[in-house]
Design a protein around this ligand. Structure first.
Ligand code: NAG
Ligand code: NAG
Ligand code: NAG
Ligand code: NAG
Ligand code: NAG
Ligand code: NAG
Ligand code: NAG
Ligand code: NAG
Length: 912
């Protein structure tokens, strides 16, 4: 290609000098504005006597500090730290602390720990989790948790004494200078260096990690806590569950990866100190919790009857991964009972598994207020004191105190009843010490007892670091990466913004704001509604069509008129929190009210493409739309977050470039191209446009150019959509008609016609399936390398040598050499660049009621048009291909496996 002759490398050596120069100048003019500091612990400046207290001494280890603190407290004082609104102990300089904050998909105002004010009016509101999960991009999961936009950038720029904005401003000035000085003879190399630096910073920022940074920034000005009770990693077992939207979907592997990556994003500090936390995350609701309120069954009374097998291969894996891989600082036990015991008083689940097997480094918190629930609603104990003791001890004898139950109670129950429980000898003070020690250790790791927060890492973060352009762009990017294209008839999407003169935008969700952010939301930075997103590119006409999503009476005639007069129609339908929410499960999975009637009638009279957009958390039975030829495309957008409308428009018009690194590269090429075409005035105006904009509007910049109809033939300016894929099965209405939501069984039961749940076990008809999602480009897979046979080593004397075995235990012995590589070549055969998710599924031999198929791995790759690359999966027979037997043991099944990647099938034999 022509542009290859101008290599960016040529100018690289100039960059550092230039950059340093920029930094130096900016350094001179930088100052940090002061912020009002909240009351904090170990304030040795105002109270020098605190300096001698061991728990305030940062040169001691966390354990020693905790021991010192606990021994200074009376029983009554300790009890203050067993509840979410923890009390102050003024005599030793400890302020009160509110444990309950939430950050499910952005800093939230749910929970008393976090507030918005004039100071910080909003925080970046990412798509609801179910849509982010649909991106199948683990880097994105982590990026959202971290303060992607700025964390490290701020950190670095703090060291350099400057900020990236300053550099940007400075470059702007320098550009002017260059232009003035050189007048008509503007030197190319200077322009290039400037643009290069600019893009370098841009790329650098984009590769960084938002929520934790915004959270820290809000903490510094007294608006948030440091302990966030997110994420929700329960399995989305039944499509009716109102909280399915909060979760990463129905697959244990995806949920595990989402949970551990999001937790790392929240918790990991930029200085890499593994003992400390940026903010503390919490994986909830432990466990087998996925029913809120359905036909008279509610979460406060529900006893989830779960088989050992389902427990270990469906409900527990996300929690296990959260604790072991994510190293989460907290787990929250749920309201429901599991097999007759409240989870917050279950010795096996709490002390046995979370602490004993998984070795939690942190605290166990109850849901709000689970103890009151098992006492008052479930009548689990006779007295409130017994309930308090049952939660704290979780069934452990008073004399074997190492791994206990609950450490912290969201609610007031432990505050009210613990002292009496101790007095009656139901629990001893040593057990209380253990509980508060876990809580204090977490606060220590957060730097809560390290004195002035403004002197600590992240101490400089403040309101300026919340809702930055970069963070908001990531919210838009996350929605673009997640949005799933379910149907696309040739000639439908992407729409051409120049060919469409009049776009009809219809539907109760077509111009919504709050609906887009789902539940456990915060105040967003700003909203871009679907209508606003689309109207930015083309002329639109708009009609809600129904007064709300319940759509009891649709304005069919008016909607038809609008559609008949348009070149294309976008219908934005679906649900909102009045249909599916916490304490609100659905009873059906159909589009509410007259939505279907409206859609069908509008589609029937439309001349151009008809794009049906479903905004929802759970799947919808849209079979009618799938088969209606007049409906040319279907998109599922989840609850797409504050920038949802902008992201939708990006996808609908094919503006989307899924890789954040790609824009800078493409911008460079773009610049070179104009360069080599010799148009100096164009180059200048482009440079200015770019420098003039905030970093993130770079993309808009070239769309503007597009509209100026600049022909750039060798540049591919339209990109494919990401290929978001469904993280859950979309069932037909007939499914929910016959399956009670209260049946927890994942596996089908032929004896009574129970069909089983999720793609792993359900073999019946679906509307759309797990992993479904189209792209604007066709991607193909080719197998390069994979073994046909793998032998499991077993000692000579093993019983399976002499008699037939269906499976062997996944033990150390059998698993010592159990990995192999599966190498694939993935090709983008289309004309648009795009990202593609490669799924590797395994169908194990049919033993132990194993799943018919399960996800073994996934990898999202970006491919330019007509290019290919290799994707390698490292498969561990024990970790990835094993199954869980009826008793909950991990087994390697012997026999024939089928490994699936798209339509490709590879047969693998596993023998002894
Ligand atoms: C803090 O602990 C260190 C290590 O034990 C000790 O040397 C130092 O004197 C302590 N500081 C104060 C102020 O007590
Ligand atoms: C908490 O603070 C209030 C006033 O700030 C004080 O009256 C009260 O005694 C403190 N409580 C404890 C346990 O120190
Ligand atoms: C303008 O550029 C040309 C070619 O790059 C160079 O030869 C000439 O000296 C420059 N003129 C001025 C005034 O810098
Ligand atoms: C708990 O006890 C109350 C009053 O004794 C009774 O009304 C209620 O039905 C009981 N609930 C359960 C779940 O047993
Ligand atoms: C769309 O919603 C936005 C934000 O609520 C509002 O400002 C605007 O007036 C609405 N547009 C129409 C045409 O109703
Ligand atoms: C579609 O329109 C045709 C007339 O153009 C009408 O006969 C038919 O009943 C309509 N179908 C629906 C489902 O509205
Ligand atoms: C995954 O997300 C990250 C963060 O937004 C992005 O940089 C990367 O390009 C994405 N990967 C693909 C293959 O789209
Ligand atoms: C591991 O297995 C591979 C093939 O499955 C075999 O070639 C290799 O020798 C084995 N290594 C050991 C240490 O057993």
């Amino acid at each position: 290609m022509a542009m290859a002759s101008v290599s960016p490398q040529n100018s690289v050596p100039k960059v550092p000098v230039f950059l340093l120069f920029c930094m130096f100048l900016v350094f001179l003019s930088t100052h940090v504005s002061a912020q009002s500091s909240p009351v904090f612990a170990c304030d040795v400046v105002s109270n020098p006597s605190l300096a001698s207290l061991g728990f305030c001494n940062t040169s001691l280890g966390i354990n020693d500090r905790v021991v010192d603190l606990v021994k200074r407290l009376t029983l009554q004082e300790k009890i203050l730290f067993l509840v979410n609104s923890a009390g102050n102990v003024s005599r030793i300089g400890i302020p009160k602390y509110e444990w309950w904050s939430e950050a499910l998909h952005g800093v939230s105002y749910v929970g008393p720990g976090t507030h918005f004010s004039n100071h910080v009016a909003g925080a970046t509101s990412f798509p609801q989790v179910i849509l982010t999960a649909a991106s199948f991009n683990t880097s994105l999961f982590e990026a959202i948790g971290k303060d992607f936009g700025e964390a490290t950038a701020r950190h670095k720029s703090m060291e350099l004494g400057t900020t990236t904005e300053k550099i940007r401003d400075l470059m702007h000035v320098m550009m002017w200078q260059l232009v003035k000085e050189t007048d008509t003879n503007f030197t190319v190399s200077h322009t290039f260096v400037c643009i290069y630096i600019y893009l370098y910073i841009y790329a650098e920022q984009m590769s960084l990690q938002v929520v934790s940074t915004e959270a820290r920034a809000m903490y510094n000005v007294g608006l948030a806590g440091l302990t966030f009770w997110s994420p929700n990693i329960n399995i989305f077992r039944d499509p009716r569950w109102g909280r399915g939207q909060e979760t990463p979907g129905e697959d244990p592997l995806l949920s595990s990866k989402y949970g551990s990556c999001y937790v790392k994003g929240l918790q990991q500090r930029d200085d890499g100190d593994p003992d400390k936390l940026k903010v503390a995350a919490c994986c909830k609701h432990y466990t087998a919790y996925d029913l809120d309120n359905w036909k008279g069954s509610d979460r406060y009374h529900f006893n989830a009857v779960v088989t050992k097998q389902d427990m270990d291969d469906t409900f527990q894996p996300p929690f296990k991964s959260c604790v072991i891989d994510g190293n989460v600082a907290s787990v929250m036990c749920s309201y429901n009972q599991v097999n007759g015991k409240p989870t917050c008083a279950d010795p096996d689940l709490l002390s046995g598994v979370i602490r004993g097997e998984w070795n939690l480094n942190g605290y166990i918190v109850t849901d709000c207020d689970s103890i009151d629930v098992f006492y008052n609603s479930q009548n689990y104990t006779r007295t409130p004191e017994e309930a308090a003791a049952a939660a704290i001890l979780a069934g452990n004898s008073l004399f074997v105190l190492r791994f206990l139950g609950v450490d912290l109670n969201c609610g007031s129950f432990l505050g009210q009843h613990t002292e009496a429980a101790v007095k009656r000898g139901l629990v001893n003070e040593h057990a209380i010490d253990i509980a508060v020690s876990n809580n204090f250790a977490t606060l220590m790791r957060l730097g809560f007892f390290d004195g002035d927060p403004s002197k600590q890492l992240y101490g400089k973060l403040g309101p300026k670091d919340v809702c930055t352009a970069e963070n908001q762009e990531l919210a838009r990017e996350a929605a673009r990466q997640g949005i799933v294209l379910l149907k696309n008839t040739a000639g439908s999407l992407p729409l051409s913004p120049t060919a469409i003169k009049n776009l009809a935008v219809i539907g109760p969700n077509a111009n919504v704001t709050k609906t887009m952010i789902g539940n456990y939301e915060g105040a967003p930075c700003k909203y871009t509604t679907p209508l606003q997103g689309l109207a930015a590119s083309v002329a639109t006409t708009y009609l809600p069509g129904c007064s709300n999503v319940a759509c009891s009476t649709a304005q069919v005639d008016d909607a038809k008129k609008l559609a008949a007069a348009a070149d294309a129609t976008v219908l934005v339908m679906g649900a909102d929190l009045s249909i599916e929410a916490e304490s609100r499960d659905r009873v059906d999975v159909l589009l509410p009210g007259q939505q279907q009637l409206l859609i069908t009638a509008v589609a029937n009279v439309s001349c151009g493409p008809v794009i049906l957009v479903i905004m929802s958390g759970g799947g919808m039975d849209v079979s009618f739309a799938r088969t209606d030829d007049k409906i040319t495309s279907i998109l599922w957008v989840g609850y797409p977050g504050e920038a949802g409308g902008a992201a939708m428009a990006d996808i609908i018009f094919g503006y989307y470039n899924p890789s954040t690194h790609q824009p800078s590269q493409n911008s460079l090429y773009f610049v070179f191209h104009i360069f080599s075409s010799g148009s100096k005035s164009l180059l200048l105006s482009l440079s200015f446009l770019i420098l003039n904009q905030s970093l993130l509007s770079l993309k808009e910049t070239y769309y503007e150019f597009l509209q100026w109809k600049i022909k750039i033939t060798s540049l591919n300016l339209r990109f494919s959509l990401s290929g978001g894929r469904l993280p859950m099965t979309w069932y037909p209405q007939s499914y929910v008609d016959k399956v009670p939501m209260t049946n927890m069984n994942m596996r089908p039961d032929p004896s009574n016609g129970y069909p089983g749940r999720t793609y792993r076990f359900y073999t019946g008809e679906t509307v759309y399936s797990f992993g479904d999602g189209l792209s604007y480009s066709p991607f193909t897979h080719e197998l390069i390398q994979a073994p046909r046979l793998v032998s499991v080593p077993l000692e000579e004397s093993h019983v399976c040598h002499s008699s037939e075995c269906q499976s062997v235990l996944a033990s150390e012995q059998t698993c010592q050499n159990s990995t192999f590589d599966m190498l694939l070549r993935v090709k983008n055969g289309g004309t648009m660049s795009g990202s593609h998710t490669v799924f590797l599924f395994s169908s194990p031999p049919a033993v132990h009621n194993s799943p018919q198929k399960h996800l073994v791995g996934f990898e999202k790759v970006f491919l330019n048009a007509q290019t290919a690359r290799h994707v390698r999966f490292k498969v561990d027979i024990c970790k990835d291909l094993s199954v869980v037997d009826e008793l909950g043991s991990k087994k390697v099944a012997l026999g024939e496996y089928v490994l699936h990647v798209g339509s490709l099938k590879h047969f693998l034999s596993v023998r002894i």
